[in-house]
Design a protein. Structure first.
Length: 417
């Protein structure tokens, strides 16, 4: 069994597709090592185990809208695409979406996945309740009133198997999307915060070479005033794909044509279903104020990075309060790298890139490729020691642990018996 990208084969000895939460509880209680899998869109072993894998794809795809409360209850394995369609049919929406709507809700939230926008927090920020199966098989529901809620939402699977979530919703809204081409790098660096704040969601696409950023995608609320100045870029006259030369057929509608939020916030259409992706991904999150200097640091490595890159996307994210969120109390910029499927070459250059970004307090995306040994997580995350203590208290036998979690937490789990 492999992940979505096909770059890793999972290590599990057993694989189960439970059809009820009760069955999940029994499987967890009986296991020595156990992890959950959703859409398998992680590029590292954050969700791997040498024991039992529980796939969430056979659980009921429940969506319960609580309109008077302004929330929706969903099953953990449901995709954002399915959730968004169901919400829109009822006249509701969520605040943000990742570039690909096919990822599972629980997996995205547990790893701190996000969309874009200086005032838009990550997907986890919508969570108001989370259902977890503890190592004993006990099912618990946590809300903001619970002491360990802020540790559990972006929890890397270390505190339990997520079976359900309650998310805040808002009334449906319309958006429009414009793409600029050939934004001068010097203007982007000098006015980064201004450009990144010029629409509800802004993404820069580049490989860091040359004097121009090839594309900037601006997603604006239809209720907002017309998008501001072009910042030296040129408005595209035809729909574009982030990758040069690729057809825009599967991309969301551009050219300032109004449409619903779920058809503009992602980069790719809901009806386009990728079966796998022959690519690798890394992402590094830094304080927003560090963006100009960090971008220059990455540009200095362009000759080494560009031959390995399909594209890099630069986005912004608002701060949140989740202990292991890369955006913990920090308005952030995220540098995302979509690599060609050349894992050995990518892993060889990653430490140099990560070292160049370390001076800015870079935090890696938990579900993508990074080098754990290069990070002092306790220095990067003020509540890290509290999280480590909570993980050990909730899971003293290390049932939910694996090699990556051991390296991140800095304490090996008990040996598998």
């Amino acid at each position: 069994m492999k992940n979505w990208a096909g770059n890793l084969e999972y290590s599990s000895a057993k694989v189960h597709h439970p059809s009820t939460v009760d069955e999940v509880q029994r499987l967890v209680a009986d296991a020595t090592r156990v992890k959950a899998l959703g859409s398998r869109h992680s590029f590292n072993r954050v969700a791997d185990t040498d024991g039992t894998h529980i796939l969430l794809d056979s659980l009921p795809q429940d969506i319960e809208l609580l309109a008077d409360k302004g929330t929706v209850k969903v099953s953990a394995g449901i995709s954002y695409g399915a959730l968004c369609r169901a919400l829109e049919e009822r006249g509701f929406a969520i605040h943000n979406l990742a570039s690909l709507p096919h990822i599972s809700v629980a997996g995205a939230i547990q790893t701190g996945t996000h969309g874009s926008g200086v005032n838009n927090p990550s997907l986890a920020a919508a969570v108001v309740g989370i259902d977890l199966v503890r190592p004993s098989g006990e099912l618990v529901t946590l809300t903001a009133d619970d002491d360990d809620f802020l540790a559990s939402v972006v929890g890397l699977g270390a505190l339990g198997i997520v079976t359900g979530l309650e998310l805040a919703v808002r009334p449906s809204y319309d958006m429009r999307q414009r793409v600029l081409t050939d934004l001068p790098w010097d203007r982007a660096v000098a006015s980064f915060a201004e450009i990144a704040s010029s629409a509800y969601s802004v993404s820069f696409f580049t490989n860091y070479t040359g004097d121009m950023i090839p594309q900037v995608w601006l997603k604006a609320l239809d209720s907002e005033a017309a998008l501001p100045g072009l910042f030296g870029g040129t408005p595209a006259t035809a729909a574009l794909h982030p990758l040069p030369g690729m057809s825009a057929e599967n991309c969301t509608i551009q050219l300032d044509e109004p449409g619903k939020w779920l058809d503009r916030l992602p980069h790719f259409r809901h009806e386009f279903t990728p079966s796998n992706g022959e690519e690798l991904q890394s992402e590094f999150i830094l304080p927003l104020g560090a963006a100009p200097a960090a971008l220059e640091a990455v540009r200095s490595l362009a000759d080494k990075l560009a031959p390995l890159l399909f594209i890099s996307e630069i986005r912004t994210i608002a701060a949140d309060e989740f202990w292991l969120s890369p955006f913990y109390r920090q308005q952030s910029v995220a540098l995302h790298f979509t690599w060609k499927p050349l894992q050995a070459e990518v892993e060889a250059v990653l430490p140099e890139l990560e070292s160049a970004l370390a001076q800015f307090g870079s935090r890696p995306h938990w579900g993508k490729l990074f080098t754990p040994a290069l990070y002092d997580f306790a220095a990067l995350y003020p509540r890290f020691e509290d999280f480590r203590a909570l993980a050990q208290a909730n899971d003293p036998a290390g049932k939910f642990r694996n090699g990556l979690l051991d390296s991140v937490l800095g304490v090996a789990a008990p040996a598998n018996s």
